[in-house]
Design a protein around this ligand. Sequence first.
Ligand SMILES: Cc1cc2nc3c(=O)[nH]c(=O)nc-3n(C[C@H](O)[C@H](O)[C@H](O)COP(=O)(O)OP(=O)(O)OC[C@H]3O[C@@H](n4cnc5c(N)ncnc54)[C@H](O)[C@@H]3O)c2cc1C
Ligand code: SF4
Length: 566
Amino acid sequence: MSKQIVYDALIIGSGASGGMAAKHLTEQGYNVLVLEAGPPVNPTRDFTMHKFPYEDMYRGFGPPGWKQRDQWMQDTASHYSRHFYVKDTEHPYTTEPGKPFLWVRARIVGGKTLHWGRLSWRFSDLDFKCKTHDGFGDDWPISYAEIEPYYDKAETFIGVSGNRDGLSHLPDGKFMPPMALTCGEQIVRTGAKKLGRHVISPRLAMLTGKPLPHMKGRATCHYCGHCGEGCDVGAMFNSVVSTLPLAAATGRMTLRPNSVVREIIVDENTGKAKGVAFVDRVTFEEQEVFGKVVFVAASTLESTRILLNSKSRQHPKGLGNSSGTLGHYLVDHFGGISAGGFVGVLKNRTPVNEDGKASGYVVPRFRNIDKASKQAGFIRGYHFEGGAATPMFPGMARNINGFGSPFKKEVRKYYTAPVGLTVRAEMLPRFENYVEIDPGAVVDAWGIPVLKVHIQHSDNEREMAKDAGETELEILKAAGVEVTYSGGRMTAPGRIIHEVGTARMGDDPKTSVLNKYNQMHDVKNVFVTDGAAFVSVANQNPTLTILALTMRACDYLVEEQKRGNI
Ligand SMILES: Cc1cc2nc3c(=O)[nH]c(=O)nc-3n(C[C@H](O)[C@H](O)[C@H](O)COP(=O)(O)OP(=O)(O)OC[C@H]3O[C@@H](n4cnc5c(N)ncnc54)[C@H](O)[C@@H]3O)c2cc1C
Ligand code: SF4
């Protein structure tokens, strides 16, 4: 009879968090098994960044109706990248009538890192100590000083291009060279400055400098600008080019793709986790694997779904849910409030090649950061992401009327001058925004119970949206932009793909699921290291913080095991 393998750690998911956990733990001598629900990725076949529309039968749009038929919720999926995303037909979830939630998901080795936007910002104490600042919600159980060394490590490891901007609420880090602003972006910066607003280069996880020695197999960015379709030279950070190869090189990682985790199995006597039950994605065979520790890193809501589905005698409400907070405090950023037009002085200029920079500009948060910027109508804040460049394809031509020679002249006139910006804003964490296992017993294609999501915006978000609509117009007008569109509708929760919360960390086991090291209060050998652990969403993109927290959780595990506490 073959001996049952007990791994030092089981890791669920191979995206940003799971990949980092695999690298960090294997380098410290752990034998790990990574269970990944999706298929393996083949960069040569799957990364289509250099495929031109003329090479494609449908000119890059795909066969008519594919999105409506298979992937109607996967809003950011294009025909070039849709194999990274789930099929909605196989991955249902439910919502309440009139309360939409748009759940964009990846199910493939590498997860969403294969096609993410790469924006990598640090949180500051304005975010970690948000309750101290404005009285709402809860502070995080950690301070900026505690996580700072891990931000340093995460940035140095993944490679982040950026500028040292000296803003206390958006701490600087260890950066590769920033990408320069285009002409149009510099004009916006000059206009914004008149209003006391900053315009900075985005901080992006892509190699703008020479790869460091640990970045084996990665090349400097060549600015093709198609990062959303996968980067086949490894210039952008993703798990398959960065963390997973280093974990594999230790000889201590076993990666099992096509393993859809159903639940965590606990020891009947101790109540501690002893393994994981999963379904083979292809054969539908049910299997169990065993480990001393479980890292749950399947992405915010998939992780919480696994925990809620892990019911046992000792954990009747789901694993780690003695507080009753598991599933609660779901948040996402909202976007959708946008403005744009044309930079007057750039019309009709000789076109310059600004295609491929893959960045744009950012107006960092300027509301509620100090006494002077305090708002009466809302707490917290938002930032703007924008761009002004002459692209390869004149997309703006769609909005120009006419035909023939006059039409071409108009397109040519405006082709060199487009500019726009859109909001990314913080949503408040509230108990009543939550997920549960669908009471109607809906299951996915593998027979696993799905989530029902209950979420909606509050007045605070609506007030913030109103303010953002006004301030973006002010900025563009101060820059002399001919504004052709403005306003819009707030995006539904989920759409910005920064969903976090639902297994929050905290010092008090009665009001939180995890301690400050991402370790479960109730079950000491379970760590939840993805966005589920967040107490609030700030207005910055979350992935750099997920990576830093994952590294910190791994170091804590190692120390705790040395002390004999786990
Ligand atoms: C188009 C797009 C743009 C984005 N832009 C940015 C950005 O600019 N900046 C930023 O910070 N963030 C951005 N994000 C979000 C970012 O990708 C995520 O925050 C990040 O990938 C989360 O890491 P994760 O490890 O939690 O999840 P993922 O990277 O999604 O990885 C989770 C993994 O778990 C696997 N999995 C799921 N369920 C199971 C299961 N039951 N069993 C086994 N495995 C499972 C999945 O297949 C996946 O591989 C963007 C996302 C998208 C899609
Ligand atoms: S722009 Fe750079 S990071 Fe993006 S796909 Fe091209 S080479 Fe990769």
